[in-house]
Design a protein around this ligand. Structure first.
Ligand SMILES: NC(=O)C1=CN([C@@H]2O[C@H](COP(=O)(O)OP(=O)(O)OC[C@H]3O[C@@H](n4cnc5c(N)ncnc54)[C@H](OP(=O)(O)O)[C@@H]3O)[C@@H](O)[C@H]2O)C=CC1
Ligand SMILES: O=C(O)CCC(=O)C(=O)O
Ligand SMILES: [Mg+2]
Length: 473
């Protein structure tokens, strides 16, 4: 079955039932070490995972690790250009849950992202990146503890589909000419626009199916959170990209108000209901004016639309959501992407789950991680219905590779997410305690040490792992 790798001789497979993993006490879990700093981070992280499972379950549970290959390490074993061997894909397919270090993607030419390829091959459509603060972590922000968000990033489409053509390529030129002469003139709203002939060109597909399955998972997650965090914000640049990013927003609301009607309230609906709660005799016209402060300046047609919206909301959900009942529902709102970047800094405690398309989520997860201590503290998971691959938010950080200095916290926290996904909460909690206590004790790697006041001598990557383990008890 495998060309160059052998699964561990002990251990069992994780299986899936309706998207939920069934986990034996001795699961086989494939791991990819990763390029660059993967060489430092992975051994440190693995030591922490094994120690936590051992302490939490005193031998009753144990992970059987299965080393698989991708990136530079794969080329060394399998030959030139064998960046993602079939063995690796077979192992992930067979065992269902895997964890990986970062993999290099060259800029401009060269291979396309192996990280993105894995997400697409296994249809891992939700990239889940929690950004929460550990007490004592130095941060450029005054109140980093106020940020506690989870970026829910669509993980398979958008420009990451990688359908693009180089400037000057034969097909790229043909496509531009076809667009300029046939499709753009046939679309009156585009007027006399033309694409410059010396352009590179890329395609940005955003599908209804892809958007809604991501938002569905985000809402289900919100329903598991404490009441005050039951909120999903649809992040988009729909004012500019109306039919891709704007459609993501509309499909998100459509899903929330159809599949989750009894559990969700949208922000606008909440305004309409609370206007009536405060003034039971309010007219629809007055209510509409309060919902849209620019109401009087709008066209008659637009005003009529808002009045209709008010009527529809009151007629359809007053009984189920009115009289304050909406306050117990998941709040679904939306924010324009550039605005959310400043909102997570100026009003962090107003947000919880941020549902995004692929590119916006990529940007936003690095930015949010920076607030709570940097990329060394940014974990992540790529989740599908039958498979999950855990990996940090950051990349290979090549200038730090092989120096035993990088922060392994992000991969260790990705492992915490994996343990929680497996239902091994006790082991996950031990690691969170270990990390929290190590940071509070000012035992940290260079990235956090350089921000600490007064200054503190940094630990090595491997020493930080040992410090975490030491704080289990
Ligand atoms: N999922 C994946 O595998 C990903 C892969 N990549 C790939 O990684 C490569 C390098 O990308 P690059 O843009 O440099 O981004 P990186 O995320 O690799 O690193 C950028 C900077 O972030 C900080 N950083 C990253 N990881 C850590 C960590 N564990 N602990 C502390 N600080 C950290 C470092 O900052 P400082 O030096 O200031 O301390 C580092 O120089 C590219 O090929 C890219 O495509 C990128 C993102 C995700
Ligand atoms: O695959 C890559 O090289 C980069 C991907 C990335 O930045 C991410 O997923 O956050
Ligand atoms: Mg990224």
């Amino acid at each position: 079955m495998y060309e160059k790798i052998t699964p561990p001789s002990t251990g069992e497979k994780i299986t899936f039932n309706n998207g939920e993993p069934t986990v034996p006490d001795n699961p086989i879990i494939p791991f990819i070490r990763g390029d660059g700093t993967g060489i430092d981070i992975w051994p440190a992280a693995q030591k922490v995972f094994d120690a936590a499972v051992d302490v939490a379950y005193t031998g009753k549970r144990k992970i059987s690790w299965f080393k698989i290959y991708a990136g530079d390490e794969a080329c060394e074993l399998y030959g030139t250009y064998q960046y993602l061997p079939q063995d690796t894909l077979t192992a992930i397919q067979e065992y269902g849950v895997a964890i990986k270090g970062p993999l290099t993607t060259p800029v401009g030419g060269g291979i396309r992202s192996l990280n993105v390829a894995l997400r697409q091959i296994f249809d891992l459509y939700a990239c889940v990146r929690p950004c929460r603060y550990y007490a004592g972590t130095p941060s450029p922000h005054k109140n980093p503890e106020k940020l506690d968000v989870i970026v829910y990033r669509e993980n398979t489409e958008d420009i990451y589909l990688g359908i693009e053509w180089r400037q000057g390529s034969e097909i790229g030129d043909r496509l531009i000419k076809y667009l300029n002469t046939e499709l753009i003139p046939a679309t009156p709203e585009h007027g006399k626009k033309q694409i410059p002939l010396d352009s590179g060109i890329g395609i940005k597909p955003i599908s209804k199916t892809g958007s809604q399955r991501l938002v569905r998972r985000a809402i289900k997650h919100a329903l598991q959170l404490p009441k005050h965090k039951q909120m999903v914000t649809l992040v988009h640049k729909g004012n500019i990209m109306k039919y891709t990013e704007g459609a993501f927003r509309d499909w998100g609301y459509e899903l929330a108000t159809s599949e989750f009607r009894q559990q969700c309230i949208t922000e606008r609906e909440s305004w309409i209901l609370s206007n009536k709660e405060k003034n039971p005799n309010i007219t629809t016209q007055e209510n509409a004016r309060m919902v849209d402060p620019g109401f009087d300046a709008l066209t008659t047609e637009k005003q009529a639309q808002i009045v209709k919206e008010v009527e529809t909301v009151l007629n359809s959900i007053w009984d189920t959501h009115g009289n304050g009942k909406w306050q117990d529902k998941v709040m679904v709102n939306d924010r324009i992407a550039d605005s959310i970047f400043q909102q997570i800094q100026t009003r962090p405690d107003e947000y919880s789950i941020l549902a995004t398309m692929n590119l916006n989520g990529d940007y936003l997860s690095d930015a949010a991680a920076a607030i709570v201590g940097g990329l060394g503290m940014g974990p992540g998971a790529n989740i599908g219905d039958e498979c999950a691959i855990f990996e940090a938010t950051h990349g290979t950080a090549p200038k730090h590779a092989g120096l035993d200095r990088i922060n392994p916290g992000s991969v260790i926290l990705s492992g915490v997410m994996m343990l929680e996904y497996l239902g091994w909460q006790e082991a996950a909690d031990l690691i969170k305690k270990g990390i929290g206590d190590a940071i509070a004790n000012r035992e940290v790697t260079y990235d956090l040490a350089r921000l600490m006041e007064p200054p503190v001598e940094p630990l090595k990557c491997s020493e930080f792992a040992e410090a975490i383990i030491k704080h289990f008890s």
